[in-house]
Ligand binder design. Structure first.
Ligand code: COA
Length: 136
């Protein structure tokens, strides 16, 4: 896949390498995966990807390089991602986010997600908040 190494570097910078190179490559090559990127200064400044299975989508990761944060990139990427998911037939999108990730939770709420449940100890060191947004 073109730009894979750049995406992997971005993943590492935003998430500390929570996905291995193999996991990321396999996910991005999956035909069910939807990926959107924002390029600035001739590099990938932000990316988001998820998966659509029949009429349900799931958001897996969204990240903006630290130096490009706070400019609305993630919010506009999410809008594009939702549009692509809708085009593939998704009626709803779900996600899980660390309960301590206030920036991401604020982004998701601003983008129309609502909290629907909590998964205790979902991460080794944190609970997950499960969120949902209807796309149609
Ligand atoms: C979360 C993240 C993607 C936000 O990216 P961004 O491009 O800076 O976000 P935007 O500029 O589009 O912000 C959109 C909204 O999100 C919220 N938000 C973003 N960063 C925030 C912060 N640090 N604190 C509180 N709210 C924040 C705000 O509501 C903001 O709207 P506003 O600027 O009108 O107040 C970015 O901080 C990041 O990459 N974090 C590390 C990876 C991560 O945790 N990803 C999410 C889990 S997969």
């Amino acid at each position: 896949m073109e730009n894979f190494e750049e995406l992997y570097t971005l993943e590492t910078e935003c998430f500390g390498g929570s996905w291995t190179r193999e996991m990321l490559r396999s996910e991005l090559e999956n035909p069910l995966t939807v990926l959107v990127c924002e390029c600035l200064d001739e590099r990938i400044a932000a990316f988001a990807f998820g998966r659509v299975v029949v009429d349900e989508a799931e958001l897996f990761q969204i990240g903006t390089l630290p130096e490009y944060r706070g400019r609305g990139l993630a919010k506009s990427l999410l809008e594009r991602l939702h549009g692509e998911m809708r085009n593939r037939g998704a009626a709803v999108c779900f996600l899980e986010v660390r309960s301590c990730n206030n920036a991401a939770i604020a982004l998701y709420e601003k983008s129309g997600y609502e909290r629907i449940s909590m998964r205790r100890n979902y991460y080794p060191d944190d609970d997950a908040v499960v969120m949902r947004k209807f796309l149609v």
